[in-house]
Design a protein around this ligand. Structure first.
Ligand code: ADP
Ligand code: ASP
Ligand code: MG
Length: 415
């Protein structure tokens, strides 16, 4: 007998029929004698619908009220799933994040789980109940409902699995595992049997939304066996494994996956004085506004006394960053010219195999050059290379790089 935490995403509970199908799947596991905790997302599209509703009423709603609002989506699916399970003869009880004791900090809309009280949960499991928990939400010290950021039900699932020391956390979604890149963009993407935590962390943080980054962090930190599988068909899915030993890494493919995102914007300050402290004077006010900066490039301009400073932020922070630069930074610097571009995309190659091989960057740049794709920024780490390009060329770049690095599956028709 095993203890599984099974998380079902929005598409998997998107209709009444699908909720019934989830109940059948959970029942099969329970009939085999396993203990099951189920975590569900809101029905697909529901969280977006709620966010749009808020926007029709107030264009700057407080984060607390946003959490109050968007957490309702998951309350619908937990109760419907519990009813569906009961209908099939399986005793089930649904709980909100607060009821089950998912304690978070108070950072509304991006709260972090601090601890989970598992006593009642364990008791329910001992009593033979399937426990159905609302994903994406928790409660802070003051009793306010919080949410964990978009895609946060994954994190609820993995955190519960860690707290309960579950045998496996299974993330059921609308694809049958983690692919070499988003199969919706590249039809030749291949499912990976396994991927290391380290690589999955990079892919998630560079834009692959198949798993929320915090979920992968939890899995790594607490050694939670984590698997991504299809809700709709049976199969082994993809197992997220602990990092490989150094001696195995020679056999690693050069690149394991390609991530991409169009969710960033680029800001450039041209001709700013090249003096000590300039980066701090530009980025200090941005950090004070709690805006996260991603890539940063500082050029040396030909005259020597001036420099160009470029960085990227999330698209949602673009307007506010522009405003801060205009109103606080430019007057402080005394000189400089501001440019912005929110039609950019970041495409990244990820692979632990890069550690032991040279030439990844040059092959990447050559592939992009052959497609006439202009590279605007580059950033590298031990196991990834990211480039910023024009948003319109993002999907083409992904497909060409996928092919160039030998990731295409052999015959897409026969699979
Ligand atoms: P859920 O609602 O189940 O949480 P998500 O939409 O959040 O599902 O995540 C699944 C989606 O992630 C897939 O439909 C796919 O388009 C996308 N995706 C992006 N990158 C990858 C990848 N490397 N492998 C698999 N899916 C990916
Ligand atoms: N419903 C939330 C969202 O759409 C959480 C999740 O699906 O994981 O982001
Ligand atoms: Mg998701």
């Amino acid at each position: 007998m095993a203890l599984y935490v099974q998380k079902f995403g929005g598409t998997s509970v998107g209709t009444v029929e699908r909720i019934k199908a989830v109940a059948e799947k959970v029942k099969r596991f329970r009939d085999e004698g396993h203990q099951i905790v189920v975590v569900v997302s809101a029905m697909s599209g529901e969280t977006n619908r709620l966010i749009e509703l808020a926007g029709q009423i107030n264009d700057e709603p407080t984060p607390r009220e946003m959490d109050m609002l968007v957490s309702t989506g998951e309350q619908v699916t937990i109760s419907l799933l519990a009813m569906a399970l009961q209908k099939t003869g399986v005793p089930a009880t649904s709980y909100t994040g607060a009821q089950i004791g998912i304690r978070t900090d108070s950072a509304h809309t991006k709260a972090r789980i601090q601890r989970i009280e598992t006593e009642d949960l364990r008791q329910d499991l001992e009593d033979g109940q399937v426990v159905v928990v609302a994903g994406f939400q928790g409660v802070d010290e003051e009793g306010n409902i919080t949410t964990l950021g978009r895609g946060g039900s994954d994190t609820t699932g993995v955190a519960l699995a860690a707290a309960l020391k579950a045998d496996e956390c299974q993330i059921y979604t609308d694809v049958d595992g983690v692919y070499t890149t988003d199969p919706r963009v590249c039809s030749k993407a291949q499912r990976l049997e396994t991927i290391t935590v380290e690589e999955m962390l990079e892919l998630a943080s560079l834009g692959s939304k198949v798993l929320q980054i915090r979920a992968v962090e939890f899995a790594g930190k607490y050694n939670v066996p984590l698997r991504v599988l299809s809700s709709f068909e049976d199969g082994p899915g993809t197992l997220i494994i602990a990092d490989q030993h150094e001696e195995d890494s020679m056999e690693e493919p050069l690149i394991s996956g390609i991530a991409f995102t169009a969710n960033e914007a680029k800001l450039t300050l041209l001709n700013t004085p090249d003096v000590p402290g300039v980066a701090w004077r530009i980025l200090g006010p941005i950090a004070d506004a709690n805006i996260e900066v991603d890539m940063i490039v500082q050029n040396v301009a030909p005259t020597g006394n001036y420099t160009d400073f470029t960085f990227t932020v999330a698209k949602g922070d673009y307007k506010q960053t522009m405003k801060i630069l205009k109103e606080q930074v430019l007057p402080d610097l005394g000189e400089g010219e501001l440019r912005g571009d929110d039609n950019i995309a970041k495409v990244s190659l990820v692979g632990v195999g890069m550690r032991s091989h040279a030439g990844v960057a040059s092959r990447m740049f050559r592939t992009l050059a052959e497609e006439n794709i202009n590279i605007r920024m580059v950033s590298t780490s031990e196991i990834k290379i990211s480039v910023v390009i024009d948003e319109k060329q993002m999907e083409l770049a992904v497909r060409m790089l996928h092919q160039a690095f030998g990731l295409d599956k052999k015959d897409p028709e026969s699979e």
